[in-house]
Design a protein around this ligand. Structure first.
Ligand code: NOJ
Length: 559
């Protein structure tokens, strides 16, 4: 029986959470777009992963310019997903299976089609005018500041009706709320209450550390396009903690919500501050090492740097805050295509990457398809892309001649957000078992061989590896509380760490190399028994050689 957060406040510390991108998960009504009934039809599969909660990306009514992160009506669902009754059925079924439901909630901005914004834009005297951020242009006719929106172009959008600009940190379709306004805050808290009363167990708060802007609205240092990156002016602003504390006191605590905040641009020290208001935050430094400026990327990341970021978060948060662990989500490419191999070593590298993450302290979030070790979906032409971010990038850089189409396609196929947003491959039949209709985005060509049904039948599959490791770490005191220690931190190819509680625990060895390498463990203690290994023999202990993407997890004792 599920206990509410109030009686089992720390439930999330013992479990894994599975992330669902609903429009690509399962389409039961054949319109090519996933739906709530589709999710319900896959609950047995979700249960079989041994996860204890699901996080569902936004399903609210939306024009879908940014796939639901542009909410038109916070109290209604997008009809393509289903009805509120379907949603109640979903939460009821989840709860009867012991699965908690975490909703994505977008409180930094709404859609420009939201009634609140339409009223706000209608006149300077409208009572909702101050719910959004409006400013007059500069005397020379320029926008209020030179900030560049995250999806490109000026972050200020001119509205002739009132001769003013509104702020859209992400895009013109996503006007930012003005959190300075107490009435707006209280309406947003009502939104949270509405969904908690519907039975959801918590929230993933989208872009939540962007709600407090720089009070002076200064210009930034402009790049070649005359615009300055917006993040320094909207990230972790002066009132973010005050407002999050208000949200916690008024809604999250009394209604026993589990809360994970998306906190882009936050350090481990910031995460410790956020721990006063939220259960944990997502940070992104560890998945930003392979990306450069001007849409460049370099797959060969320096492993010591990655290890030092992971270690810093493990060490600094210990006893003070809680880690949200992840390799993938709907904004990130597939991890085997980044840090592993998406060719013949795909299975080996997917298992190694899973092990590297799942033995760390924190709550792991596993993105749909990650448990199959899916590689990036490849797009042949820009017309196949659906994501606002990449489409805008093509318009701003390719159509203006700044970058070639080939360059941008290479980037889109490596780092573009659509790479991991294509339909979940359930089987090798038409529509990958995702749809009987025409999918909203292409289905990866790999679905015939790489799908859940096949991996179900293969005891050695990535899917079954995930199931085993997730079950193993559930309620495991060493993984929850054990001390983290890294060995040979400067080694360029191997991540070696231990988790030890009262003198014993686990030794985790992960080779990130695609070649066989010699390795001498830095752990001074005793490895007593191998418990998991992706090659399944004692080659390493006999030869001192680690094979491509080899991982070995052993029980261990301190000397
Ligand atoms: C972060 C979400 O994860 C992403 O998908 C979205 O585009 C932005 N926030 C804006 O809401």
């Amino acid at each position: 029986m599920l206990q509410k957060h109030s009686t089992n406040k720390d439930w999330y510390k013992n479990v894994c959470i599975y992330q669902i991108y609903p429009q690509s998960f399962c389409d039961l009504n054949g319109d090519g777009f996933g739906d709530i009934r589709g999710i319900i039809s896959k609950l047995d599969y979700i249960k079989s992963l041994n996860v204890d909660a699901i996080w569902i990306c936004p399903m609210y009514d939306s024009p879908n310019r940014d796939n639901g992160y542009d909410v038109r009506n916070y109290f209604a669902l997008q009809p393509k997903f289903g009805t509120l009754d379907d949603f109640s059925l979903l939460t009821a079924k989840c709860h009867s299976l012991g699965i908690r439901v975490i909703m994505d909630m977008v409180l930094n901005h709404s859609s420009n089609e939201c009634d609140w914004f339409v009223s706000s834009a209608s006149s300077e005297n409208n009572p909702k005018r101050d719910w959004y951020i409006w400013k007059k242009g500069k005397t020379n006719g320029d926008p209020p500041t030179n900030w560049e929106a995250i999806f490109g172009g000026s972050a200020w959008n001119y509205d002739a009706k009132t001769d003013s600009y509104y702020l859209g940190t992400f895009s013109p379709y996503q006007p930012d709320f003005n959190w300075e306004n107490a009435e707006l805050r209280s309406v947003l808290f009502d939104v949270l209450r509405f969904w908690l009363e519907k039975g959801v167990d918590g929230f993933r708060l989208d872009a939540i550390n962007f709600i407090s802007k720089h009070p002076d609205y200064p210009d930034g240092t402009a790049g070649p396009n005359g615009l300055a990156p917006i993040r320094p002016f909207v990230c972790n602003g002066p009132k973010v903690h005050e407002w999050l504390d208000e949200m916690k006191v008024k809604v999250l605590s009394p209604m026993h919500s589990m809360t994970v905040g998306e906190a882009d641009g936050s350090s481990a020290e910031d995460a410790i501050q956020f721990a006063k208001e939220m259960d944990m935050v997502f940070s992104f430094d560890h998945v930003a090492l392979d990306v450069g400026t001007n849409f460049t990327f370099n797959k060969n990341i320096p492993l010591p740097k990655l290890k030092s970021i992971l270690s810093e978060w493990q060490n600094k948060l210990r006893g003070k805050a809680w880690n949200a662990l992840f390799w993938e989500n709907h904004d990130q490419p597939r991890i085997v295509s980044r840090l592993g191999d998406d060719g013949e070593l795909r299975t080996k590298s997917a298992k190694m990457l899973a092990a590297a993450l799942l033995f760390l302290q924190g709550t792991p979030f596993i993105y749909q398809g990650e448990e199959l070790g899916l590689p990036n979906t490849r797009f042949a032409t820009r017309s196949e892309l659906r994501d606002i971010e990449m489409r805008n990038a093509f318009a701003a850089y390719v159509d203006t001649g700044l970058l070639s189409e080939e360059h941008m396609m290479r980037f889109a196929n490596y780092k573009g957000r659509d790479t991991g947003r294509t339909p979940m491959p359930w089987n090798g039949n038409y529509g990958a078992g995702f749809t009987t209709g025409t999918p909203w985005i292409k289905i990866s060509e790999t679905y015939k061989t790489l799908n859940a049904e096949r991996q179900e039948a293969d005891g050695d599959s990535v899917l079954n590896w995930f199931r085993t490791l997730i079950a193993f770490r559930r309620n495991n005191a060493v993984i929850r509380d054990g001390e983290y220690r890294i060995y040979n931190p400067d080694h360029p190819n191997v991540y070696e760490y231990t988790r030890i509680l009262n003198g014993s625990g686990y030794h985790i060895l992960c080779s990130f190399s695609r070649n066989q390498i010699d390795y001498v463990c830095g752990f001074p203690g005793r490895k007593t028994k191998v418990i998991f290994s992706n090659y399944g023999d004692d080659f390493f202990s006999k030869t001192g050689k680690l094979r491509p993407f080899e991982t070995i997890i052993s029980e261990a004792e301190l000397p």
